[in-house]
Design a protein around this ligand. Structure first.
Ligand SMILES: [Ca+2]
Ligand SMILES: [Ca+2]
Ligand SMILES: [Ca+2]
Length: 231
C-alpha cells in the first residue's frame, strides 16, 4: 500500500507551496525588503563611483592646469629674456606693490658696435571679455573676476599686435586677497594673478590660474619664475 505524502503548507496562507513545502516563493514583504537592500547597495556603489570619478577629475584638471600655467609662464619668461634692465618703462615693479603690467624693450643685437632694441613689448593682466572686477562671475565660466595674460608686441606702433598668452588667470595670486596686506607673505601686497616684481636685475613673474572640474570644484595652479635682465 502506497502512501502519498501530505501536501502541508505551514505559515501564512499567502505563501506558495511547492513540492510538499521543500521550497517556496517570497512574500511581498520579503520582496520589498530585498529590493530596499538592493537599492541601498546600488546607491552605495553609485556614491563610491561618483566620488571616485570626481576625485580623479580633480587630479586630472589640476594636472592639466598646472601644465598650462607652466607653459604660459615659460612663454612670458621667453619674452623677457632679451629685455634690457634699463629699458623698463615706469612704474618699476618694486615691492611691496609690484605691477600687473610690464613694458620693456628687447635687444635686437648689435649694429655698428651699438646695441639696438625692438619697439616696446607689453605683457599685462587684463580682465577676460565680459568679466568685470566686481566679485562676480560675469562671463559664467565658473571663475570670479578672471583675466588673461595679454602680450602686445610693438606696443604703440602702427604694426602693434596683441596675442593672448593664456586665459583663466585668477584675480589675485595664490591666497592673496584685496585687503591692503601681504596675506601670503611673499613681500607683495594684493598682487594680482599675473604680477611682476623687480629685485636687483631680476624680474620675478608670478602667475595664478584657475579651472572648474567636471564635478564643479575650483582648482588653482600657482607658478613663479625669475628672469635676469640684460644691462
Ligand atoms: Ca568668470
Ligand atoms: Ca602677497
Ligand atoms: Ca592682500
Amino acid at each position: 500500500m502506497s502512501h502519498r505524502a501530505p501536501n502541508v503548507c505551514g505559515g501564512s496562507a499567502r505563501r506558495t507551496c511547492l513540492d510538499g513545502g521543500a521550497s517556496r516563493g517570497f512574500t511581498l514583504l520579503e520582496l520589498m525588503i530585498s529590493m530596499a537592500i538592493l537599492a541601498l547597495a546600488l546607491g552605495g556603489v553609485y556614491s563610491w563611483f561618483l566620488s571616485t570619478t570626481r576625485a580623479a577629475g580633480v587630479v586630472t584638471t589640476k594636472s592639466e592646469l598646472g601644465l598650462s600655467a607652466s607653459r604660459a609662464l615659460e612663454r612670458i619668461a621667453g619674452r623677457l629674456l632679451p629685455a634690457g634692465l634699463d629699458t623698463l618703462f615706469p612704474p618699476h615693479p618694486t615691492a611691496p606693490l609690484g605691477t600687473s603690467s610690464l613694458t620693456f624693450n628687447r635687444s635686437q643685437g648689435f649694429v655698428g658696435g651699438q646695441k639696438t632694441w625692438e619697439a616696446p613689448t607689453t605683457i599685462a593682466f587684463r580682465l577676460a571679455p565680459g568679466e568685470l572686477d566686481d566679485g562676480l562671475d560675469n562671463d559664467g565660466n565658473g571663475i570670479v573676476d578672471d583675466g588673461q595674460v595679454v602680450l602686445t608686441v610693438h606696443a604703440g606702433q602702427p604694426d602693434e599686435q596683441e596675442i593672448i598668452l593664456c586665459g583663466r588667470v585668477k584675480r589675485y595670486w595664490g591666497t592673496e586677497i584685496a585687503n591692503g596686506e601681504d596675506d601670503n607673505g611673499n613681500g607683495l601686497v594684493d598682487e594680482p594673478g599675473l604680477s611682476f616684481e623687480l629685485t636687483g636685475d631680476k624680474i620675478i613673474v608670478r602667475l595664478s590660474m584657475q579651472a572648474l572640474t567636471f564635478g564643479g570644484k575650483l582648482v588653482t595652479a600657482d607658478v613663479e619664475t625669475s628672469v635676469r635682465l640684460r644691462n
